[in-house]
Design a protein around this ligand. Sequence first.
Ligand SMILES: Cc1ncc(COP(=O)(O)O)c(C=O)c1O
Length: 400
Amino acid sequence: MPFLSDTLARVSPSPTVAVSQKAMELKAAGHDVIGLGAGEPDFDTPDNIKAAAIAAIEAGKTKYTAVDGIPEVKLAICAKFKRENGLDYTPSQVTVSTGGKQVLYNALLATLNPGDEVIIPAPYWVSYPDMVRLGGGEPVIVETTLEDGFRISPEALEAAITPKTKWFIFNSPSNPTGAGYGHNQLKALTDVLMRHPHVWVMTDDMYEHLAYDGFQFCTPAQVEPGLYDRTLTVNGVSKSYAMTGWRIGYAAGPEHLIAAMRKLQSQSTTNPCSISQWATVEALNGPQEFLAERNEAFRKRRDLVVAGLNACEGITCAVPEGAFYVYPSIAGCIGKTSAGGTLIDTDEAFATALLEEHGVAVVFGAAFGLSPYFRVSYATSDEALTEACNRIQAFCAGLS
Ligand SMILES: Cc1ncc(COP(=O)(O)O)c(C=O)c1O
């Protein structure tokens, strides 16, 4: 009898974590490594949010709470959805979990039966397909292209829908491409979904606030109110408020779905950290001005990185609307050999040789389901980004 479960065999370890691990090992061994793999802002959590957490500790708010969130945080979330997205939700339609990851996981595990299909546009955030598999479902991957701005077309979405489709997972701005869908682009997708009433929408809006050049964020239930009863709108404080370590994510949707997710959470982690919930109340209700200041810094870094990468022979990099990632194509490098003698036959070979020969850690595209590309996270200092671009240029110039 095997000791490990068959379920575990259906998933692979997170490749983004593996890249960070390898970069850390090289650093610890004394190598000069620039990490462009991190999926988190390099900014600190704002002071008012930290102060709210300290006050919560001092006030003894350190006990178990309601499974899916204290009333105060649910009210703050309802107010956020109304204020920023024009969406009306009541606290019983809201759930709070240990990070956006647990929200998505709860929703999939609570709804998937064997054979259920989940449509995921590629490139995708690495965890979606594995979470679907853990839930017993089948990921249906629909590839996008650099030329289409990495956005799924309405035709491709329609073609992927079958009677077994349960969810369409939508992520804008996207990890790993930074691509965002404007109102009309999203409306074209929601029009398709309106023709298929059995398909639910899981929209991952984690990067809502990280948008540049006047990009207007929008979310499916806002663009098409007809989808309200079959949309789970997922969001969180990790990225926008630089709170990755606090582990708070949340979602709003139909009450029966939220109740099912609560039931699952009650038998796994119970409530998210009480102190982090109080910090989230302050994050959502407190001053929001710092978001614009930080976005300006991110936009400058994005422009720096896009220009630096487009100056590399064999690389083509689009200018994305949001998040803190770019997803350059290395089609022009495939088939060449690095100065260190590695044949660049895949994006994984590219990323490995770049790390070993020039000390720049990036995540290869195959990890996100679309090759030949790599992902750069530009949530790091201008100096590190400039040096990294110089090294990538040198690496590409050495390919023959
Ligand atoms: C698209 C996307 N969704 C969800 C998450 C999970 O966020 P959290 O850290 O709140 O679990 C991430 C984190 O990398 C992400 O990039």
